[in-house]
Design a protein around this ligand. Structure first.
Ligand code: OGA
Ligand code: MN
Length: 275
């Protein structure tokens, strides 16, 4: 059966209808990859799947990376468990609690993730929505003068594991960091995408701290403008796949008293962001 790609009534994203994630034909895999490039975010609903199925789905978009922690709730090293569930008081997953500021996964590394697929197993009664910005549309919306000003600029990003808000940083520690073009080119279609985010972008090379922060804030405000964001309210059995080169994402708060359990695979990129 062929799949239907239905654009969301939103700034980005498309729902994939008619896909059996347990049995993806080569033609469907190609259609999924095309939709991924065009819409930056894919939504698949109502399909509870196994860890092995999630890995196979992720492989339609690239090779799957290893998780930094193997969770007892999966046992696989290619599945990242994102959960606030605790055993003996310790989280059995990563990114356990509450709100997270907008970020681009692994943008502080030399080769950040190309994307990820995230699957909902248990969700709280309210909150814990995941929000996505369209970083291609945001770039396109900038004035010609501002686009000109961004040409050739490079930004430095850093992250310390566990941070969810910029204000909560431990400044004393040496932080994993990397510098990338502020506007990146997507090789498959020559799209331009803003590689900047509230949580991880620290400074812009060649600008004073003050001017750099002002420009970062200005661009993050454009990215996070509600008109440029799709907010996903999860249902059990949903899977979202995002192009991490063309989006940033954030999470809304949710009650610590309610369980949230998500499984994720990380899609690796092969090359560092292009200028
Ligand atoms: C992630 C992430 C948000 C969420 O998987 O990279 O940021 O909604 N998850 O749990
Ligand atoms: Mn993330």
């Amino acid at each position: 059966m062929s799949i239907t790609v239905k654009p969301l009534d939103a700034a980005l994203g498309a729902e994939i209808i008619g896909l059996d994630v347990r049995d993806i034909s080569p033609a469907s895999a190609t259609a999924l990859h095309e939709a991924f490039l065009k819409y930056h975010l894919l939504v698949i609903r109502d399909q509870p799947i196994t860890d092995a199925d999630l890995v196979q789905l992720g492989q339609c978009f690239g090779a799957i990376g290893k998780s930094r922690m193997v969770s007892p709730l999966s046992g696989r090293d290619d599945i990242m468990v994102i959960s606030n569930i605790r055993e003996d008081g310790k989280p059995v997953g990563q990114l356990p609690d509450g709100e997270m500021a907008f970020h681009i996964d692994q943008i502080y590394r030399e080769i950040p993730a190309k994307g990820a697929a995230l699957h909902a197993v248990e969700i709280p009664g309210a909150g814990g929505d995941t929000m996505f910005s369209n970083n291609v549309a945001a770039y396109e919306s900038l004035s010609p003068e501002l686009k000109k000003q961004l040409e050739g600029l490079r930004a430095t990003h850093s992250f310390q594991y566990g941070e969810t808000q910029r204000e909560n940083r431990d400044q004393a520690q040496e932080r994993p960091h990397y510098t990338h073009p502020l506007v990146r080119r997507i090789p498959e279609n020559d799209n331009r995408s803003l590689a900047v985010c509230r949580l991880m972008t620290d400074q812009i090379q060649g600008l004073s701290d003050e001017d750099g922060r002002a420009l970062i804030t200005q661009l993050c405000d454009v990215l996070e403008n509600p008109a440029n964001v799709y907010s996903h309210q999860w249902r059990v059995g949903d899977t979202l796949i995002w192009d991490n080169r063309c989006t940033s994402h954030a999470r809304t708060d949710f009650p610590s008293t309610q369980r949230r359990l998500m499984k994720r695979v990380t899609i690796k990129d092969e090359i560092a962001p292009l200028g």
